[in-house]
Design a protein around this ligand. Structure first.
Ligand SMILES: Cc1cc2nc3c(=O)[nH]c(=O)nc-3n(C[C@H](O)[C@H](O)[C@H](O)COP(=O)(O)OP(=O)(O)OC[C@H]3O[C@@H](n4cnc5c(N)ncnc54)[C@H](O)[C@@H]3O)c2cc1C
Ligand SMILES: NC(=O)c1ccc[n+]([C@@H]2O[C@H](COP(=O)([O-])OP(=O)(O)OC[C@H]3O[C@@H](n4cnc5c(N)ncnc54)[C@H](OP(=O)(O)O)[C@@H]3O)[C@@H](O)[C@H]2O)c1
Length: 487
């Protein structure tokens, strides 16, 4: 299947949007590359906004998958409209980020960086104290500035229209019509207009819309005890948990990241409710004298405040139930005919990137399972080459077969878009699709997949487990003076 575009829109200026923009510009095949970003700065998820007080606007809407809906757009363009809650509320639009004050990256910098854009070797005091001078973790602001620098260094910053939300992207004939809304803060007004493109690259991330499991009694509990039910997206600062009795739900990175912040100030023990920890990290994070492990929650009782677990045990009312249960995909600006989300995955994408029914629509960053930033680069270069008409996608039925075979192998749910078990194939197949840059162009060159990336990841697992073990020993020693000599 062959595509040829001259005008390309990129939606989002996070890590995926940054590398997509660079790959498109360096391909030297497009008349127009425009980037639309709803925030005022680049960095995506890595933009920290403590001033935006966090909350879930409607738990019911979230559970019923009715949150983050499309907004009503005007009929004539350009035009200005008044600010309204439904259009401009960061809470209703889920446009704030899930970053807390102490957040650091959790992967080795060489696997998070792009080939020509290393992440700076700046080590925070906290990382130094925990992991020493070779600490591989970088403070959130180092990562945000690194994303910004990818735009600035290459001179792409002028391609970005900040404070601009893509409210609708519609295919009319061979063209994409984007309906755009820019907030003019000093006028307290929304300015609306439309622009036309041949192709759209969606780099809007999948870490905005919290996923909360629909557990019996949860909605009633939330109504009876407002502020108790929270999501890890809304964890901004450890102070919020001072002296509180906390139930932390989830076994993945958000759960263990929050756990070791919260347990230092909360009431002891923290109750960690999970099925299994993330297999790569094991139980190390959850094994601590100030943590009690419980299975998933079976029921909330709004009348008494009691919380039941699936093993038949219960606890009395908690001050906070923090769901570190991940996120859902959400593309309110795309028609359902263009993107379908079912079983918490996107349907109809070849290699998680190209819309099989219309490859002028592509997605960067819609994977999970390690080496995430790196693979964005491979995706971005493949998209740039395909849109330039320099790389060819297989026939539609072959792309459909790829999806069917992957469902058979990985299931038809969240496992579908995790590339953890086929990292090398994911990189190599995208690399083969992209091919080499056209002669005489500045198109990005994709190197070979490196086994050392996995080794670097294994070192992270070892480092983290060592730190958790040290913390465990420290706490045991504090609660039992006889073992103090161990430290
Ligand atoms: C708390 C947390 C920590 C993480 N830590 C790591 C880590 O250490 N290492 C790692 O590899 N991954 C990490 N991730 C996962 C994730 O891969 C990265 O955070 C990364 O930022 C994703 O990049 P992205 O560009 O795809 O999406 P984002 O960074 O989410 O960027 C998307 C951008 O699109 C914009 N946008 C969305 N909708 C619109 C619209 N309609 N119009 C205009 N703009 C729009 C958003 O404002 C945002 O700026 C973390 C995720 C979370 C939630
Ligand atoms: N840099 C950092 O330190 C940092 C911090 C936070 C997040 N992140 C990143 O952010 C992304 C999202 O991570 P995440 O941890 O928020 O989401 P996630 O990886 O999708 O994990 C969600 C977790 O919730 C669990 N869960 C779902 N329903 C549950 C239920 N009913 N009861 C108990 N547990 C339930 C899942 O368990 P099952 O698997 O059993 O369903 C899983 O352990 C990842 O890329 C992660 O690396 C990074």
């Amino acid at each position: 299947m062959r595509v040829k575009a001259r005008r390309v829109a990129v939606i989002g200026a996070g890590p995926a949007g940054a590398i997509a923009t660079d790959a498109l510009v360096k391909e030297q095949a497009f008349d127009t590359v425009r980037v639309f970003e709803r925030k005022s700065v680049a960095g995506g998820t890595w933009v920290y906004s403590p001033e935006l007080s966090p909350s879930i606007p409607s738990l019911c809407a979230l559970l019923e998958q009715k949150a983050d809906q499309p907004v009503t757009i005007p009929t004539d363009f350009p035009c200005d409209t008044n600010k309204t809650e439904s259009i401009n509320s960061y809470q209703i639009r889920y446009s704030d980020t899930g970053i807390h004050e102490n957040l650091h990256s959790n992967l080795p910098p060489q696997t998070m960086s792009f080939t020509q854009e290393p992440i700076p070797n700046i080590i925070s005091e906290r990382a130094l104290a925990q992991y020493g001078p070779n600490a591989p973790f970088r403070h959130r602001e180092v990562i945000r500035e690194w994303v910004e620098e990818i735009f600035n260094h290459a001179g792409h910053q002028d391609l970005v229209e900040f404070n601009t939300t893509v409210e609708h992207a519609e295919k009319r004939g061979d063209e994409w019509v984007l309906t755009l809304r820019k907030l003019i803060p000093e006028k307290k007004r929304n300015h609306w207009w439309q622009e036309v493109f041949d192709a759209v690259v969606v780099a809007t991330g999948h870490f905005s819309l919290p996923y909360v499991p629909d557990i019996p009694g949860l909605v009633e509990y939330d109504q009876r005890f407002p502020g108790t039910v929270r999501h890890s997206k809304h964890f901004r600062s450890t102070n919020e948990f001072k002296g509180m009795k906390v139930v932390l739900v989830g076994g993945s990175v958000s759960a263990f990241d929050a756990l070791h912040e919260i347990r230092t100030v909360s009431k002891r023990p923290v109750i960690a409710s999970l099925r299994e920890p993330l297999p790569a990290f094991g139980w190390g994070a959850f094994t601590h004298p100030h943590v009690v492990i419980k299975p998933p929650i079976a029921r909330f009782h709004a009348d008494s405040g009691q919380i039941d677990f699936s093993d038949g045990t219960s606890i009395d009312h908690a001050d906070v139930v923090l769901f570190a249960t991940g996120y859902d995909f959400s593309f309110p600006f795309l028609d359902k005919s263009k993107v379908e989300i079912r079983n918490r995955r996107i349907r109809g994408l070849y290699h998680h990137v190209f819309s099989i029914s219309d490859p002028t629509l592509s997605f960067i960053g819609m994977v999970a399972g390690g080496l995430t930033f790196r693979v964005f680069e491979w995706q971005a270069v493949a998209v740039a080459r395909v849109l330039a008409g320099r790389a060819t996608l297989p026939p539609q039925e072959d792309m459909e077969r790829w999806e069917a075979e992957r469902i058979a192998k990985r299931g038809d749910g969240v496992g579908f878009f995790s590339i953890a078990q086929d990292l090398e194939d994911s990189f190599e197949e995208l690399g083969m699709l992209a091919g080499e840059p056209a002669a005489g162009t500045t198109g990005r060159v994709l190197p070979k997949y490196e086994q050392s990336w996995i080794e670097a990841f294994q070192e992270i697992v070892t480092l983290r487990n060592r730190w958790w073990a040290q913390e465990r020993l420290k706490s045991e020693a504090c609660s039992n003076p006889l073992v103090e000599g161990k430290l």
